[in-house]
Write a protein that binds this ligand. Sequence first.
Ligand code: LLP
Length: 452
Amino acid sequence: MLDRFRVRPEGPACSSAEICVADDKWGDQMSTERFPHPTLSRRNGALVVEEVALASIVERFGTPAYVYSKRAIVEAYQSYTRALAAIPHQICYALKANSNLGVIDILAREGAGFDIVSQGELMRVIAAGADPSKVIFSGVAKTAKEMDFALKQGIGCFIVESEPELERLQMVAKSIGRRAPITFRVNPDVDAKTHPYISTGLKGNKFGVAYNDAHRLYLRAAAMPNIEIIGIECHIGSQLMELSPYEEALVKLLELTDLLEKQGVHFEHIDLGGGLGINYANDDTVGLPAFAAMISKHLAGRKQTLFLEPGRSIVGNSGVLLTNVEYVKTGEAKNFCIVDAGMNDLLRPSLYAAHHEIVNVVEHPHISDAVFDIVGPVCESTCFLGKERVLRVQEGDTLAVLSAGAYGFVMASNYNTRVKPCEVMIDDKRATVIREREQIESLFSNEHRIRD
Ligand code: LLP
């Protein structure tokens, strides 16, 4: 039985994985405000995800809180499978974007595989009950221990990023009498035209093996007894807003594939990585139909399965970060809206000057607009969530930072001994805590003073 949601204004924010059913109290008067989220709307002035008012989440679970929409995640996943229906494919969701077990579970049920970068991420996939044989393992610094663990779990594929990694993998696989399935991550030297910090397919980036060296490395790997070549991969960057870099990279991969196939190396799949950009603020995205059409033009008549590793485009616009307005501080030069979430909760604005739309959870028609920097509690001038935003806001309001479902919680830290927020998943009328808010004591319960 589900608990019926009740307002508990003075109650503590819930810490256990409780479930609530929202009251239908916001009516159905839709506003014309447009959000990048498919399942976010404003009804009678209140911000609603699916059928749950965000104000009720705040009352029940407190702030800061990450809130996701299951329907948005499923829709994003299914828009890939629909667009690619004519192409044999496997989507391997990039776990790094949001690795909560609740999210893994939703996507595993949809048929997703997973792209991981650490033993920890593989253990999450297993803990969520998903199939390790549908997991591909990227990352430039895999340790022997991680390789050993992944092989014993029956991982689907290692994405090898250097020659010494290949040698190490051969050694580890031999030591336990296995053959390691691999693709190389080929660095095609293509400009992804995105933020330099999230661009990965250029010669100067640490990722993958050089395009000009890949042919030699494939032939070398083919001769190794405990290595089994199954594919080829590239990932050129994240938040890509243009199609042409993908096409350039794919053409280069296919040239290499054809050359190697003639020399007896066989490929079961071609993996074009992740990186499709999302709409943060009226951004012009590539669009899946155009993306799929480009791929299908090049893969027509080929026998290989297409692999993709989307992260952000699956979960980014499923999630908001809710934060309470602690103080409104008006100044000579600037107005500050001081909130209870900081750069430790959502790092993207500080790290990449990334833009996230910020809106009030409840509309205030009677207050006038003002321009604010929305800043958090961390003692750094870079602790801000947004700059020069027009808001109608007062102390005690809740703000929703949009498009926070990807690279939000996963990049949170405990800087300033701040607990990480809770995470809540909305499914129609129900809200479930899929990660409890951390307890302050737990942040130092494994620390020790030295003896006198
Ligand atoms: N595959 C590989 C090998 C990757 O390195 C990544 C992301 C992905 C797939 C997924 O890319 P996506 O579809 O999510 O763009 N923290 C940054 C993003 C870093 C992306 C790292 N790699 C941000 O907040 O924008």
